[in-house]
Design a protein around this ligand. Structure first.
Ligand code: NAD
Length: 258
């Protein structure tokens, strides 16, 4: 039985930089359940890496399209191309974030105006811009899933300006869910546990965070990229049809601890 009902559905996956990316884990699962996966990338280097891993998936329906979320023009171009080619978009995975390294390495109180705005623009506003650009093509309803982190609500050493951006991302998820519910579009965030990726390298306290999760979380271990991917696929699928505006934790239960 096809419990996910994602076969031949058109899902846009934003944020694969390499095989370690959370978005790649999600894309793999989507390909397994028969979805058509449209990848978007910012850097040519990422495009090359995506095409390389897709060489093993030639019997699947995939696409690779440029989209820099800091640019309205680039977002409009990408989604018009995707909408024009596929007609309908059924789902979006927004797995994109970035902050300047200096804002993660200095004290939060020293965050520059530019650094603050840049982290917000790339990591939170981009979800709003993408939802608005995709909306005209989500004519059958659908599901948008973004990636957040516990630093949105708790102070985690070294997460700084990114924590504030994730707080805005989670609030944007709720406001978008409210706006788009009437169009049958659900919007949810996954708050993922720590996973060793390119983006994680930028967080100076990352190794300490991994260690703390092993020690304190109910499951006494870190989560895998595959576990985050499984929940994301559920959130994209009909299995979660009654859920919107939520932040769902895939973090070994770490967030419940005092
Ligand atoms: P990653 O570095 O593999 O992915 C981040 C992606 O963001 C990259 O593909 C990068 O190209 C893309 N990106 C950055 N700026 C962009 C722009 N202007 N336009 C388009 N794309 C842009 O790292 P990841 O850990 O897979 O991160 C994916 C998401 O998961 C991020 O939102 C991150 O904050 C979140 N997250 C990560 C962890 C973790 O521990 N790795 C935990 C919780 C949440």
């Amino acid at each position: 039985m096809d419990v996910f009902q994602l076969k031949n559905k058109n899902i846009v996956v934003m944020g694969v930089a390499n095989e370690r990316s959370i978005a790649w884990g999600i894309a793999k699962k989507l390909l397994e359940v028969g979805a058509n996966v449209i990848f978007t990338y910012r850097k040519e280097r990422s495009k090359g890496k995506i095409e390389k891993v897709l060489a093993a998936y030639t019997d699947h329906n995939t696409d690779v399209i440029e989209c820099d979320v800091n640019s309205d023009e680039s977002i409009a171009k990408a989604f018009n191309e995707i909408g024009g080619k596929y007609g309908v978009i059924h789902g979006i995975v927004h797995s994109v974030a970035f902050a300047h390294a200096e804002d993660l390495h200095s004290r939060f109180v020293e965050t520059s105006r530019d650094g603050y705005a840049f982290a917000q623009d790339t990591s939170a506003y981009s979800l709003v811009a993408v939802a608005n650009a995709a909306r005209p093509f989500m004519t059958e309803g659908g599901s948008i899933v973004t990636m957040s982190y516990l630093g949105a609500e708790r102070v985690l050493d070294g997460y700084n300006v990114m924590g504030v951006a994730k707080a805005a991302l989670e609030a944007s998820t709720r406001y978008l869910a409210h706006d788009l519910g009437v169009e049958g579009i659900r919007v949810n965030a996954i708050s993922a546990g720590a996973i060793r990726t390119l983006a994680a390298k930028g967080v100076p306290s990352f190794n300490t965070i991994l260690h703390q999760i092993e020690e304190k979380s109910p499951l006494k271990r870190n989560v895998t990229s595959e576990e985050v991917a499984n929940m994301t696929v559920v959130m994209l699928s009909q299995l979660s049809s009654g859920v919107t505006g939520e932040t769902i934790y895939v973090d070994s239960g770490y967030n419940i601890m005092g």
